[in-house]
Design a protein. Structure first.
Length: 332
């Protein structure tokens, strides 16, 4: 690769570094799912996911090498045990591609808005396109297998309306207006995301041997279950049936397929994304009961994430992002 005369900015290094960490983690998970999956259609989409993930890792390695930036350690085949029996049935592997596709779209869309160097813009443009294609294929396959839960439907609006009263936000005497489409969307995908997390926790809790990590995962499971219960009850109160979890089960395996380091870093990444998405839900929800609940959730997840961060640092498992120099130290 020809050396670029324009140095990378901190934002560009950040996007590439985080992408490298995420993709090496996803590589381990995808390799494991691909090793065990039996369904040919799911296997095909996992193979595509693995190919795009591998190409991203190689491209970032090439860019960093050209810029004389150290390649992060990330995660490798040492963090996955292919001899461990399958921990999840095939549909969970498909949901993994679907969920990671959604998360990739969010991350890469955020990242590209901070990029100026043309080759890095091209990298993230291609990443967004690949993530879009995988998300589309995963969603189509989930639909064809009857495994996709659609967001709630409402009658089409017949007129354009304007908000007339402040009670649109606050309600009247503890009663609130019906949920609008923005609020329904955030509630639906919060429940969907937390169903995925609960199943992940169930599987990992039964294979992790370290008591401190097991307790951390149990706490995360309770937080996700609490979110599911609150928002399911809210949907039922609003006249919706709630969202039914698909029959995507965990096996009875007792051997961990992943290193404790990978598991804890995975939850660190999921916590970060969850805070981002709940923050977005908070910004688009106009009912005060929702705003209050989202605010409480952010505080709770921040505290949970801090516990995970401390555990990672204590075990020396958390890789440090590139940092600016300490000018005060250099001045001495």
């Amino acid at each position: 690769m020809a050396k670029n005369t324009i140095r990378l900015t901190s934002a560009e290094i950040s996007g590439l570094w985080t992408s490298y960490m995420n993709n090496t983690m996803a590589w381990c998970l995808t390799v494991y799912f691909l090793h065990h999956v039996k369904d040919k259609e799911i296997k095909a989409i996992l193979q595509k996911s693995l190919k795009t993930t591998t190409l991203r890792i190689e491209k970032i390695t090439e860019i960093f090498s050209s810029e004389n930036i150290p390649i992060p350690d990330g995660f490798t085949d040492k963090d996955v045990n292919l001899h461990a029996p399958p921990l999840f049935y095939d549909p969970y592997a498909l949901n993994f591609v679907y969920i990671t596709g959604r998360m990739d779209l969010i991350f890469y869309s955020f990242a590209i808005g901070n990029i100026a160097r043309l080759d890095i813009i091209n990298f993230f443009t291609e990443a967004i396109q690949d993530a879009t294609n995988l998300y589309k294929e995963a969603t189509t396959l989930l639909l064809s297998k009857g495994l996709y839960n659609r967001a709630p439907s409402i009658p089409y609006p017949t007129t354009v309306k304007y908000i007339q009263k402040p009670s649109y936000i606050n309600g009247l005497i503890h009663t609130f207006r019906p949920l609008n489409v923005n609020e329904l969307t955030e509630i639906f995908f919060n429940i969907e995301r937390n169903y995925f997390s609960v199943l992940l926790c169930i599987g990992l809790i039964q294979v992790v041997e370290d008591k401190e990590i097991k307790n951390y995962l149990k706490k995360g499971k309770k937080i996700s279950e609490k979110q599911i219960n609150f928002f399911q009850d809210l949907l039922k109160q609003e006249g919706f049936f709630g969202i039914v979890s698909n029959n995507i089960e965990v096996t009875e395996a007792k051997i961990s397929p992943f290193s404790d380091k990978l598991i804890m870093n995975l939850f660190n990444s999921l916590n970060s994304m969850d805070i981002t998405l709940i923050g977005h839900a908070l910004s688009t929800s106009l009912r005060t009961d929702l705003s209050l609940e989202y605010s409480k959730l952010i505080v709770e997840i921040l505290a949970y994430a801090e516990d995970g961060f401390n555990l990672l640092v204590e075990r020396q498992w958390l890789e440090e992002p590139p940092s600016a120099p300490n000018r005060k130290e250099l001045e001495k």
